[in-house]
Write a protein that binds this ligand. Structure first.
Ligand code: AMP
Ligand code: ZN
Length: 434
C-alpha cells in the first residue's frame, strides 16, 4: 500500500491529527488572505469589517461568513477569481438546472492537486497501476469525468473514458479490455446490471473488482445489492463541483465512512436552521472551506448535503475524518402531508426486498387538498414470469413496510422490469406534480 501511495506522491495521506491541525491552520491563513484578493471576498470582508490577518487558527473560521450557491451565482463569471485569467487553465460549471450556472476556475496547480487527491482516493481502495478503469461518468462540464480520469491516470491505470450511456458498448468494453474498476453513478451501474440480466447475461463473470459510485445519494442497501449483483466492492465517492469535484471524500477498504481529505478541506457540520455547529457526531449540513485552492478559494461553502462526522479511528490508520453516508440534500427533503421524508428512506425499504429490481420513482400529486405519494418500483427480472397478477400479497407487504418507515399510507405500484425511465447520470427519482 505504501509504495502505491508514494507513487501518487502524497505526503498528506498519513498525517497525524497534530500534523493535520497544524497544516490546516497555516493553510487557512493562506487561503483567507488569497480569497481577500477576489472582488467578491474583498467586498464581503470590508462590509463585515473582517481583517484576514485576524484569522490565525482553524477555530477562527466561525468569524468568517458563509458562502452560498447564490453568492457563486452573483459572482459569476469571475468575481471570486484571485489570479489573472492567464493563469487559469480550466473551467467547470456545476450541474444546476435553472438560470446561470456556477463557474469554478482552476490553475495548473489546482488541477494537479485535484489529480493527486483523486489518485489518493483510488489507491485507498487498493486500486493500482495494474487496474483497467472504465469511467462511465459524463465528460465535459460535469466534473465526474475529467476528475476521475486525471486521478486514475496519475495512479497509472489504463483508463477507458467511456462516458455514460450506450450500455451494450459499455459491457463490450468491460469484457474486451478486462476492466477491473468502474466509475459510475450507482443508478446507472444498477441499470447496466439489470440490462445484462434482462438479456439473459450475468454481470458477475465480468470480473469487476471495484466500483466507485457517487454523485447522488444512495443507501447502504443499494450498495449491498450492487455488490451482490457484480460480486465486487462498491466504494462511496463524494464530491461537488464547488470543491473541485470528486476526490473530496472516499471510502477506504474498510468501507466504513468516507475519509475527507483534511489537508485540502476544512470541514464543519452545522445546523441549517441556527447555523451553529451541531453536537459532535450529529447530522447536519456539511460546510467546507478549500485549503489548497489557488484560483478560486471558497470559504465556508454551504453544501446543503446532510451528513455527520463519525467518531473513533478508522481501522486503516488514516487520521483524516470520516463522514457518514449522506442522508440526502436539505433541498431533497419531501414534505408530504406535513411529514418530512427523504427519498433514501423509501429506497432503503425497496432494496431490502430481493424480489424487486433496483429502479424506482416516487410520484407526488394532490388529491383534493391532500398530498398523495405513489412509489413505482420494477419487479426483479429473475422473479418476473410475464405477469404481475400473482404478486399482490407481496406488493401489499411492501406497502406496509413503506408505511412503517415513513408513517403514512403510500400507494405502491410494482411494474415490469425495464419499464421505468433509466438514468445515465444522476437519477431523477422524484416527480413532484403538486
Ligand atoms: P455536482 O455539483 O454536479 O458536482 O454535484 C454535487 C452534488 O452531488 C453534491 O453536493 C451532493 O448533493 C451529490 N453527491 C455527490 N456525491 C455524493 C454521494 N456519494 N452521496 C450523496 N450525494 C452525493
Ligand atoms: Zn479508513
Amino acid at each position: 500500500m505504501k509504495t502505491v501511495v508514494d507513487k501518487v506522491g502524497s505526503r498528506f495521506e498519513w498525517m497525524s491529527r497534530d500534523e493535520i491541525t497544524e497544516f490546516q491552520g497555516a493553510a487557512l491563513r493562506t487561503s483567507v488572505a488569497r480569497a481577500a484578493r477576489s472582488p467578491h471576498y474583498s467586498a464581503k470582508f470590508d462590509e463585515l469589517g473582517i481583517d484576514p490577518n485576524d484569522i490565525r487558527l482553524t477555530k477562527d473560521i466561525t468569524r468568517l461568513p458563509f458562502t452560498t450557491k447564490e453568492d457563486l451565482r452573483l459572482s459569476y463569471p469571475d468575481k471570486m477569481l484571485t489570479v489573472d485569467r492567464e493563469q487559469v487553465v480550466r473551467l467547470h460549471t456545476s450541474s444546476g438546472t435553472t438560470g446561470k450556472p456556477t463557474a469554478i476556475m482552476h490553475t495548473q496547480q489546482d488541477i494537479d492537486c485535484w489529480a493527486e487527491l483523486m489518485a489518493r482516493c483510488l489507491a485507498m481502495t487498493g486500486a493500482t497501476s495494474q487496474d483497467v478503469f472504465q469511467n462511465m461518468s459524463g465528460y465535459g462540464m460535469f466534473t465526474g469525468g475529467l476528475g476521475l480520469h486525471y486521478g486514475a491516470e496519475r495512479l497509472g491505470m489504463l483508463v477507458i473514458p467511456a462516458g455514460p450511456g450506450q450500455t451494450a458498448r459499455q459491457i463490450m468494453l468491460i469484457r474486451d479490455f478486462g476492466v477491473t474498476c468502474i466509475h459510475s453513478t450507482p443508478s446507472y451501474f444498477m441499470h447496466v446490471a439489470e440490462k445484462m440480466i434482462q438479456d439473459g447475461d450475468d454481470p458477475k463473470p465480468l470480473g469487476i473488482e471495484r466500483a466507485f459510485c457517487g454523485a447522488e445519494p444512495y443507501t447502504e442497501e443499494l450498495r449491498a445489492k450492487l455488490q451482490d449483483l457484480y460480486g465486487c466492492r462498491v466504494y462511496n465517492s463524494y464530491g461537488l463541483s464547488e470543491m473541485m469535484g470528486p476526490g473530496v471524500a472516499f471510502e477506504c477498504t474498510y468501507q466504513d465512512g468516507m475519509h475527507v481529505w483534511e489537508d485540502a478541506y476544512l470541514v464543519e457540520i452545522i445546523d441549517p436552521e441556527t447555523l451553529e455547529p451541531v453536537k459532535e457526531g450529529a447530522v447536519g449540513e456539511l460546510v467546507m472551506t478549500t485549503l489548497r485552492r489557488e484560483a478560486m478559494p471558497i470559504i465556508r461553502y454551504r453544501t446543503r448535503d446532510l451528513t455527520s462526522i463519525l467518531g473513533g479511528e478508522c481501522r486503516c490508520g488514516r487520521k483524516h475524518a470520516r463522514m457518514a453516508r449522506f442522508v440526502g440534500r436539505s433541498d431533497d427533503m419531501l414534505i408530504v402531508g406535513g411529514v418530512n421524508v427523504f427519498p433514501s428512506q423509501i429506497e432503503e425499504v425497496i432494496m431490502r426486498n430481493d424480489w424487486l429490481g433496483g429502479n424506482y420513482v416516487i410520484q407526488l400529486a394532490k388529491q383534493g387538498a391532500l398530498d398523495k405519494m405513489t412509489v413505482k418500483v420494477e419487479i426483479a427480472q429473475a422473479v418476473f414470469d410475464g405477469s404481475l397478477d400473482n404478486i399482490r400479497t407481496k406488493r401489499d407487504e411492501l406497502a406496509n413496510q413503506v408505511k412503517d418507515q415513513v408513517g403514512f399510507t403510500v400507494n405502491v405500484e410494482v411494474v415490469e422490469p425495464g419499464s421505468l425511465p433509466a438514468s445515465e447520470g444522476k437519477a431523477k427519482r422524484v416527480m413532484d406534480e403538486r
